[in-house]
Design a binder for this molecule. Structure first.
Ligand code: SAM
Length: 201
């Protein structure tokens, strides 16, 4: 993707639009901020860095797990064909939908529920962005990536996690690269920190 255009779109996207109440005044700080229900909007530099790492293309179909405020979704939607976004908290999902529709972003499909199994009915995806921390790379998500696809996902225990770039080659091999340390909220469900997954790595 064109990093210059990414930076332009990023700087034109008003983060305060995705926040409520007194947090609106803090929008310009490069910090995670509360969005209610114990969840956070990530710091802007991380959102733009994760988007650059995902490297969506104009034809890309992108799966996003963790809609949150819709801020990251808005950035993704500006650079790809369609974003399929999943959020488990109904109130956040609805608010994000209203915001993104108000911005005129029509290329977003919404689902409310647990994103741990991805979105099988719409798979495969060219790109997958996970914005909550999992204990392991989710098998269903790796499966739902096209060959030549990329996934960005924070993986690790509560506290600090590794931000992983997962790439699936054209012959189906998987490569995982640790990019940096990050601190995300939990991906709630079987692959979260308190999950009851059966497979281990
Ligand atoms: N990227 C978002 C933004 O720009 O506002 C912030 C995402 S926030 C760090 C993580 C989100 O993942 C929360 O809204 C949380 O409810 C959601 N989440 C956590 N576990 C989930 C799951 N299993 N399925 C779907 N969403 C989940």
């Amino acid at each position: 993707m064109d990093k210059k255009v990414l930076n332009e779109v990023f700087h034109n996207l008003d983060r305060s639009f995705f926040l409520d109440g007194p947090c609106k005044d803090l929008a310009s700080f490069d910090e995670p901020l509360p969005i209610g229900y114990g969840q956070t909007i990530s710091q802007p530099t991380l959102v733009v860095a994760m988007t650059a790492l995902l490297d969506p293309e104009p034809h890309s179909r992108v799966l996003e797990i963790g809609t949150g405020s819709g801020y990251q979704t808005a950035l993704l939607a500006s650079f790809c064909q369609t974003v399929y976004t999943v959020e488990r908290i109904v109130e956040l999902a609805e608010k994000a939908r209203q915001r993104l529709q108000a911005l005129g972003l029509c290329n977003v499909c919404y689902r409310t529920g647990d994103g741990s199994e991805g979105w099988p009915q719409e798979a495969p995806f060219d790109r997958i962005m996970v914005t909550a921390a999992a204990a392991i790379v989710l098998p269903a998500l790796e499966e739902q990536m096209v060959r030549g696809g990329r996934m960005v996902i924070p993986v690790g225990p509560q506290g600090w996690q590794d931000l992983l770039l997962v790439r699936k080659t054209h012959d189906g091999r998987i490569f995982r690269e640790s990019i940096e340390k990050v601190a995300f909220v939990e991906l709630v469900g079987p692959y979260g920190w308190h999950g009851k997954r059966e497979d281990t790595e």
